[in-house]
Design a protein around this ligand. Structure first.
Ligand SMILES: C[S@@+](CC[C@H](N)C(=O)[O-])C[C@H]1O[C@@H](n2cnc3c(N)ncnc32)[C@H](O)[C@@H]1O
Length: 471
């Protein structure tokens, strides 16, 4: 039984020895493994325990006794309050080191298989402003920082436009400057907030479900196109037009100004009608001369530069000569399938979101690609003997599942199909290792390539090449 919080001890001078999964700092004390918030490896800290179980405990730093040499000064004023970029206090080289280590440790611990030395993690060339998509939320319940509370200033107006405070659905941190997306992302957010305040437009109240301004989503491309989606929470046509006219006039860089009126309880817009107010209803991203149409609801990897890097590794690991049938499982909008289409005989993509499959087909059409086929459906149902008979036995299977990994039926079916090579792309080394374990009965792990897609977070992408033992 967990020990009650108020009786939990404060541990003094604890040395942080590692960074584990989910980016937690790890220490050992009193025969317990400690997961500590607010520390980096090498720190010596005092830790207030917040939870204690039989083999492990959790705690937070109350004092840094000796700061680690691996520390660096966070560059963002919102560091420590905002939920993003939690590793800003760890030098970038060390972030890479611990991401690489996390992949190796996880494969060893969960995959329990023989594997070659990992290839060195590919660093992100841009460590700031690397995201092509950000969502900001309006709220009339601004999160107050300790400094703001202690400043004694009055905060009658608690309107905010920014990010959710972790684990608090109704509290929004007002963002002054965010380093995740290049300009004019910050300018648009700040100008819109100022316009709303000046014109007395209401900010959304998530508890009462009232208020005109609800969210904005900003999407950019390497070709300098920019989509802004404004989500309104009320059907107030006059003020909606006022907001959109202001944005179109003030930011001519916007190449696609879209809006939706979302009267539902939740913020998701995937089930909403999204209307083009001015200019195009999509933006176009480019990669090696291929064009990818991105509609408001389309998925596209959020770090375009590193996505290109990732896809090049996938293509290299797939070892294509032009004669192969390739399955691209969890294809999303078919970006990998279209990207490698010039190097294979036929690519078959599967994905369970029908709209994404439409995008995938349209992207093939847009690029005059004729050797791709796309199917919408849940992989555990779609990938069966009839499917293989219809589409041809794959020489290579590329799989890029969500964080939860592959369903065990999918893993078993892949084993049965037994392609020459499997290229497994994952954003979660733990589920990747879990899935590789059964695959290792017929495959050997030949290459492992971690890629850093998200600097200053603990997230790591990993590509594994599995070669069939039959060849
Ligand atoms: C990591 S994304 C893959 C993205 C894609 N490869 C790309 O690079 O753009 C995983 C995709 O799997 C899809 N997905 C999740 N569960 C699925 C399932 N059971 N069957 C089919 N697709 C699924 C998601 O909708 C998502 O598009």
């Amino acid at each position: 039984m967990p020990i009650k919080r108020k009786n939990l001890p404060l541990l003094e001078s604890v040395t942080i020895i590692d960074a584990g999964a989910e980016g937690q700092a790890i220490a050992k004390a009193d025969e317990l493994v400690l997961f500590v918030q607010g520390a980096v490896p090498g720190d010596v800290v005092d830790v207030q325990l917040t939870r204690k179980k039989k083999n492990y405990a959790e705690g937070r730093v109350t004092r840094i006794c000796v700061p680690s040499e691996k520390r660096t000064l966070p560059f963002c004023e919102h560091f420590g309050v905002c939920g993003g970029c939690k590793w800003q206090n760890l030098g970038y080289e060390w972030q890479l080191h611990y991401k690489q280590k996390q992949v190796g440790d996880t494969l060893k611990r969960i995959g329990k298989i023989e594997f070659p030395e990992l290839l060195p993690i590919i660093a992100a060339p841009k460590q700031r402003n690397y995201r092509n998509k950000l969502e900001f939320t309006f709220s009339n319940k601004m999160w107050m920082t300790n400094e703001e509370i202690q400043s004694g200033k009055s905060f009658d107006n608690r309107n905010a436009l920014g990010f959710h405070i972790p684990k608090m659905f109704d509290k929004i941190l007002d963002i002054k400057n965010c380093y995740l997306q290049s300009e004019p992302s910050n300018s648009i957010r700040l100008a819109l907030k100022e316009f709303a305040l000046k014109n007395d437009l209401s900010f959304y109240d998530i508890r009462a479900h009232t208020g005109l301004l609800r969210n904005i989503i900003i999407r950019t491309t390497s070709t300098n196109e920019l989509m802004l989606i404004v989500c309104f929470g009320e059907q107030d046509d006059a003020n909606i037009e006022k907001v959109l006219t202001f944005l179109a006039h003030e930011f001519p860089q916007i190449t696609s100004l879209m809006y939706t009126i979302n009267l539902k309880m939740n913020d998701t817009i995937s089930d909403q009608v999204i209307i083009a107010h001015s200019k195009k209803d999509h933006i176009i991203e480019e990669m090696e001369g291929l064009k990818f149409k991105i509609s408001p609801k389309s998925f596209y990897q959020t770090n375009s530069e590193q996505a290109y890097m990732l896809y090049k590794i996938v293509r290299e690991f797939a070892g294509l000569s032009g004669t192969e049938v390739v399955y691209d499982l969890y294809t999303g909008t078919g970006t990998i399938a279209n990207f490698i289409s010039g190097q294979a005989k036929k690519i078959v993509g599967v994905e369970y979101i029908p709209d994404a499959i439409e995008d995938a087909k349209n992207n093939s059409l847009l690029n005059s690609i004729t050797n791709t086929r796309f199917y919408a459906g849940d992989l555990k149902d779609v990938l069966n003997d009839a499917f293989v008979k219809q589409n041809g036995h794959p020489d290579v299977i590329i799989t890029d599942p969500p964080r939860s990994g592959m369903h065990e039926n999918v893993v078993n079916k892949i084993l049965e199909i037994n392609p020459d090579r499997i290229v497994y792309v994952s954003c979660n080394p733990a589920t990747q290792a879990r899935d590789i374990l059964p695959l290792s009965s017929k495959y050997r792990v030949s290459k492992i390539q971690p890629v850093d897609m998200f600097p200053h977070t603990h997230h790591v992408e990993n590509v594994v090449l599995l070669d069939s033992l039959k060849v």
